[in-house]
Design a protein around this ligand. Structure first.
Ligand code: SAM
Ligand code: SF4
Length: 332
């Protein structure tokens, strides 16, 4: 094993977590993420292979202190043979956590196989329980599949299942209580994530964000006083208990950014390192991997990315500009 290093940036943040996009393709077209038509995808030959991904994760976990890997996309379940990649990463035996974020459209037939392959945790995105709103938001049918996917994940025995709802003003208000109720009934936690300027259509405005404060007030007026419950400082969500049980969380990325506790780096499906969702610069890895670069050269590219990380995402600052890639292309 080569020299051990810690991925610590200029602001003394230690990086332990890798968000790994396995595809930018998706079977939905959520309006806060993708365009309705004409989405641009990376050419298939540029997607990192499972062997390339596994080499990178092995290096990061053996030498650079990365302990947590979350697979994402686009929709990670549309990547062919995903359970094979899960098994390759789980078999490294070096990760504390291996998780997945999915829209669950394809989860029902895959949940047990993913669990068996070594996937520990799963987050499922669900913004609405209403079929018509689902169709309006995702521009596709399929709420029934998502609901069956949630049940399949529960039946497959995943630990600590979380539901994610993007909080958009004018859409989410009427769903907040029903979604919390639904999560309580299913025995899982729901987290509301403030809408961020990462939509392909560039329609984001500050007014479009349904804020954590607003959601808290709505839930409090229905369920009574809430007790915040923070499990870890690097966890972006503030969790809340209802009747003594974890019920929901708020990820207030826009109104209360958690950048000072960020421990994440990201890798796009076509093999570029990003140090932030909002970074303007990427650190290419694919050509290094394909041109026979040494392990040291690959580690150096991660160090360069981490060293250049800014202190915060800058949303709301006068010189803020959204990144060139929308959410589906970065990996959320
Ligand atoms: N397709 C998978 C899914 O939807 O769960 C994984 C990728 S998706 C980009 C990851 C998460 O990002 C989802 O929970 C989604 O709701 C969230 N997301 C997408 N665009 C967003 C935006 N503009 N602001 C906040 N969250 C967003
Ligand atoms: Fe697809 Fe997830 Fe983006 Fe929706 S949020 S379009 S499901 S990648």
């Amino acid at each position: 094993m080569g020299q051990q290093i810690k991925l610590i940036d200029r602001f003394r943040r230690l990086h332990r977590s890798l968000r790994l996009s396995v595809t930018d393709r998706c079977n939905l077209r959520c309006s806060y993420c993708m365009p309705a038509e004409g989405a641009i995808f990376v050419p298939r030959p540029t997607l990192l292979t499972f062997e390339e991904i596994t080499r990178v994760v092995r290096l990061l976990s053996n030498r650079c202190g990365i302990t947590d890997v979350r697979l994402t996309g686009g929709e990670p379940l549309v990547r062919r043979e995903l359970p094979k990649l899960v098994a390759m990463l789980a078999d490294l035996g070096t990760l504390t956590d291996l998780s997945l974020t999915s829209n669950a459209m394809l989860l029902e037939p895959m949940a047990a196989e993913l669990r068996q392959a070594g996937l520990r945790r799963i987050n499922i995105s669900i913004d609405t329980l209403d079929e018509a709103t689902f169709r309006r938001l995702t521009r596709r049918d399929g709420l029934d599949k998502v609901l069956r996917g949630i049940d399949a994940a529960i039946n497959a025995g995943f630990e600590n299942i979380k539901l994610n709802a993007t909080a958009i003003r004018g859409i989410t208000e009427s769903e907040v209580i029903d979604l919390v109720q639904f999560a309580i009934e299913k025995g899982v936690q729901i987290r509301f994530i403030e809408f961020m300027p990462l939509d392909a259509d560039r329609n984001w405005t500050n007014d479009g964000v349904l804020t954590g404060d607003d959601i808290r007030q709505r839930i409090e007026s229905h369920f009574g006083a809430l007790i915040p419950h923070r499990t870890s400082t690097s966890q972006p969500a503030t969790d809340y208990l209802i009747d003594g049980k974890l019920a929901f969380g708020l990820i207030e990325s826009v109104t209360k950014p958690f950048c000072n506790a960020c421990d994440r780096i990201r890798m796009t499906a076509d093999g570029s390192i990003r140090n932030c969702l909002f970074s303007q610069q990427e650190y290419p890895l694919r050509d290094l991997l394909r041109d026979g670069a040494s392990d040291d050269a690959i580690v150096r590219q991660f160090i360069a990315a981490v060293n250049a990380k800014e202190s915060g995402h800058g949303i709301g600052e006068t010189n803020f500009a959204p990144p060139d890639r929308p959410m589906y292309s970065i990996g959320g």
